[in-house]
Design a protein around this ligand. Structure first.
Ligand SMILES: Cc1cc2nc3c(=O)[nH]c(=O)nc-3n(C[C@H](O)[C@H](O)[C@H](O)COP(=O)(O)O)c2cc1C
Length: 163
């Protein structure tokens, strides 16, 4: 049976979404934007403070969007910006809401200079029954090298294009 791929991404300012779009172009499948029911503020200080509080409290905000049929996918890419060295809280909600038992999870993130932080281990901890492949970390929106970096990574982890 053909592999079915979901590319799930949360992005506040577009960087992680851009990487998700490149991944989607390369591997096919379905793209899914993780969105919180209540949007995060646009003011930088406000979002940084809110994120800090939510992460400290382990808060998992309600999501506005749902995946129709998670059973249909066997590979799930999960993308998050680095927020305080970990995943954005809506990504924690996403990983807790869906049963990823037996699926392959492929993490990726963008950051502002701090690298992946704890993102890959935090994602793995939230889907203990999935096989988690080596993640990709990208600075900002990845610049002009983004596509090449993504192709090399996909090749390394052995995820090819599906229809
Ligand atoms: C609330 C918040 C916290 C952040 N914390 C970090 C951090 O700890 N380390 C880091 O390298 N970048 C941090 N950043 C920068 C983002 O990870 C970076 O700009 C990312 O590419 C944004 O992705 P997006 O455009 O998909 O939202 C933070 C940004 C925000 C809004």
């Amino acid at each position: 049976m053909a592999k079915r791929i979901l590319v799930a991404v949360f992005s506040k300012s577009g960087n992680t979404r851009r990487i998700a779009d490149h991944i989607h172009e390369s591997v096919g499948g379905t793209i899914f934007e993780i969105q919180s029911e209540v949007p995060y503020p646009n003011d930088y200080n406000a979002i940084v403070e809110q994120a800090k509080k939510e992460i400290r409290a382990g808060h998992k905000p309600a999501l506005k969007t749902k995946v129709d049929n998670i059973e249909a996918y066997d590979t799930v890419f999960v993308g998050s910006p680095n927020w305080w060295s970990t995943i954005a809280p809506p990504v924690a909600t996403f990983l807790s809401e869906y049963d990823l038992l037996g699926k392959t999870v492929v993490p990726f993130c963008t950051h502002g200079g701090g690298g992946a932080g704890r993102i890959f281990t935090d994602i793995a901890a939230l889907c203990p029954q999935a096989t988690v492949l080596n993640g990709l970390e990208v600075y900002g929106d990845g610049g002009g090298n983004a596509k090449a970096t993504i192709s090399q990574w996909l090749h390394k982890i052995g995820v090819g294009k599906v229809i």
